[in-house]
Design a protein around this ligand. Sequence first.
Ligand SMILES: Cc1cc2nc3c(=O)[nH]c(=O)nc-3n(C[C@H](O)[C@H](O)[C@H](O)COP(=O)(O)O)c2cc1C
Length: 215
Amino acid sequence: MKKEDLGHLRKSYDKSTLEITDVKNDPMEFFKLWLAEAVEHPDIEEANAMSLATLGLDDFPKARVVLLKAFTSEGFVFYTNYQSEKGMAIDHHCKVGLSFFWPALERQVIVKGEAEKLAPEDSDAYFKSRPVGSQLGAIVSDQSKIISDRSIIEAKLEALEIQFENEVPKRPEHWGGYLVKPNCIEFWQGRANRLHDRIRCQLQSGFWNLERLAP
Ligand SMILES: Cc1cc2nc3c(=O)[nH]c(=O)nc-3n(C[C@H](O)[C@H](O)[C@H](O)COP(=O)(O)O)c2cc1C
């Protein structure tokens, strides 16, 4: 195959700046601010989409996109199938990475943390809040398992649609939320000449230690 050269794809970053004092020793509060700006930005779709990196049973890291559905001072929450490839990976190794990239703001946030399952009642509450189609989709899909054909899951969905016409679906045990408790959060703001701003916040003995990193 002929080499596809992408060297001409260049962008200069100049939209904003970032200082240690902006983060003010509370990276989760600061994250809230950046997320709100991303959510409100007219050129950013799915500002809550994040890459989740896990270390797999095959010892390879794998990243895939999931949606951030809540966050508190404790951490970041997403929902998935506990028996999916990522679910098995987290069972095996709970240390994970999260990253957000908001191009229109020239911002990136990178999190290292430990994932734990949410309490079943919290997963129940979120499951209940989902549209019925998404609830049935979660029941139907053995996420990450090999299937020979799409028609298998479509037929399963059709059968469930009939079964649950007058019944509220219950959360399957294999589907629920994870809370990622951060121990490192890095904020990245693009700057001119590739001299970007990077502020790393590390949790040490219950306190956040903030440092500037070279770009
Ligand atoms: C924008 C976007 C949002 C997604 N959100 C989720 C999600 O919240 N939960 C989830 O399990 N999969 C989500 N997915 C699908 C995952 O990227 C992935 O394909 C799936 O979870 C299976 O991953 P695994 O086989 O590594 O476990 C999303 C994909 C995209 C592109």
